[in-house]
Design a protein around this ligand. Structure first.
Ligand SMILES: Cc1cc2nc3c(=O)[nH]c(=O)nc-3n(C[C@H](O)[C@H](O)[C@H](O)COP(=O)(O)O)c2cc1C
Length: 208
């Protein structure tokens, strides 16, 4: 089993502080590794190694034929190629999606913009769009300061279902850690709920 962990918080995990979503994603990956002898793990922390945003130079690189690219253009495309290769060779993808100003972080958006490429991860045919990243299991850990589960203000769950589904990833499970900025008690409850959801993913407990 190949596991790909994409950490998309703006901050790293350090000394028990920092990114809560990375902390929980690490716990998910630890469970996967414990249950799958010989599993390999690739971790890409976008707070450490960010994906540049789509800008005019990036579009220029992507739309220039490979044999006509300058070295900086070739390097830029190669970076995205590597992200796509990591994604395609994964069996399980553990993705973090902290809520920042009611959406995903710019780090996660930039990663999505890098891996969504016509002809590589999706294509359009007679029947419309077809996702090419199939046969994957995706676990998304989404942290929030407030509480938005099943509410219209939670744009993250529908956005990721739509986007990942467009690329062919339809087996997507969400773990939500909410109320993290609502005081100690609420934060502890939010973390406990997320850990119950992680346990339920592995069949250890049942959630309602
Ligand atoms: C700039 C900023 C904006 C945020 N916006 C929201 C928000 O819109 N809704 C929310 O519930 N939490 C919001 N939060 C709280 C984060 O979701 C929370 O701190 C979470 O733990 C971030 O994930 P991380 O710990 O993995 O970085 C925001 C935090 C920051 C720093």
């Amino acid at each position: 089993m190949n596991i790909l962990q994409i950490n998309s918080s703006a901050r790293r995990l350090h000394e028990g502080q920092g990114s809560v979503s990375t902390l929980l994603a690490n716990e998910v990956v630890a469970e996967l590794v414990a249950r799958n002898a010989g599993a390999t793990t690739v971790v890409h922390d976008l707070a450490v190694r960010p994906v540049p945003p789509i800008d005019e130079a990036t579009l220029g690189a992507l739309f220039t034929p490979a044999d006509a690219r300058t070295q900086p253009q070739a390097d830029r495309v190669a970076f995205n190629d590597q992200l796509i290769a990591e994604l395609k060779s994964a069996d399980v993808i553990v993705l973090t999606a902290p809520m920042i100003n009611f959406g995903v972080t710019s780090q996660l958006k930039n990663w999505i913009d890098a891996v969504a490429r016509a002809g590589a991860t999706f294509k359009y045919g007679a029947n419309g769009p077809e996702g090419l990243v199939t046969g994957k299991r995706v676990i998304v850990v989404s942290t929030r300061g407030g509480i938005y589960r099943d509410q219209p203000a939670d744009s993250i769950v529908p956005y990721l279902r739509q986007t990942l589904g467009f690329l062919g990833m339809t087996d997507v499970k969400f773990v939500l850690a909410e109320g993290l900025n609502m005081g100690e008690e609420a934060a502890a409850k939010g973390l406990a709920t997320a850990r119950e959801e992680i346990a339920a993913l592995f069949g250890e407990t049942q959630t309602a």
